[in-house]
Design a protein around this ligand. Sequence first.
Ligand code: SF4
Length: 390
Amino acid sequence: MDSIITYSLRTSVSSSDKYYTEISKFTEDVLYKINESAYSLIKDYQEYVIKSKHEAVRTTEEYGLEILTLGVLWKTYIRNAVVLGKIPQKLLVTLVGLRTKGNVVKITTDYIRGKLATGILLNKINCKDKIIKNTKDLDKLIKWLSAAGDFKDEVKRLDNWKEYFDNKVNSEVTANIETILKLAEWFESESRERLGSYTKNVDNFLKNSYGSHRGKEDIIYCGRKEVEYHLNMVGAEILNNVFRQEFLKTEEKMVLLPACMRYDGGRVCKAINTAKGYICANCTQGCGINKLTAIGKKYNFKVYIIPHESTAFSKEKVSYGKVGIIGVACVLNLISGGWKAKDIGFVPQCVLLEYSGCKKHWHKNGITTEINISKLINTFKDNNKMVGES
Ligand code: SF4
């Protein structure tokens, strides 16, 4: 494998098994800490959701992940958010919306977005005194995230929290935001300690390679901080645990693979386009997608290649509980992918790419990416069943 770009789950040449053991233990500790710091806030929010009926109530673990996300994103972007003007914000949101209007429009809007995002969204204040921990600043954070375009599902979750805080007095909101920020602070230092060995090239990438993304559409995506990688690693583990049993009960199961997993030996991939994604045509024996397609026949799941995360799901809702999907993705897309899949009606699970390498964002020639196949196969097995049960 080429040198690590930002993260790698492998501590030895070919195995990420240690990562999966460590992330499981660390996630347990994170959930314990969330409960210790914010249990009453989460319970109060859960009751609010039940009364307001704006969504089917979720588990305390999911809401715990939401406040951790709020805390991490606040700490990372609030200084950018408070200086974003109304007009550029609206313009950027309009451009984000135009991306779905077909290829030519997308190419043009992405070009303009890249220039504007670099010139506007990266501006920030140095003085923390101008930040007020209230719903107005929360609103500014949500608006900045909407303008960035990479946080659609995070924005949906945070909008609900803003509505909840709108019904509280200012002093209570400030106290709650302070609790959330302390939790995020703990998470940042603890996750660096426990997961930093998997993300040791992120800072290096930001210092030495990130500059080449200036003016490009992925200026925000590729500039994500180390703590956001850790948040996604823990978030993926939380969501996998929450949905695991429901996933096992689904009638139909699919695995969605990114195109960067295809064999890249100069041959043109012959995959066939279908309504759900591309299906492998088995043109190359050594291709990772070809291997997983064969494994799918044995374990009864279908494999689809998804050219880009934004095209991963159709917009049509499906009846929740019937279809289980395993999204295979780069670390930074894990939480949003899980939330998006759940909103559409899929029962989600995810497996992380062992490292990033796509041509679009990370490597000028592209590196063929891989996953931990045992981890994928285990996702289809019910480990709680006694020997002899089918
Ligand atoms: S084996 Fe399948 S996924 Fe791999 S290059 Fe051929 S058609 Fe594409």
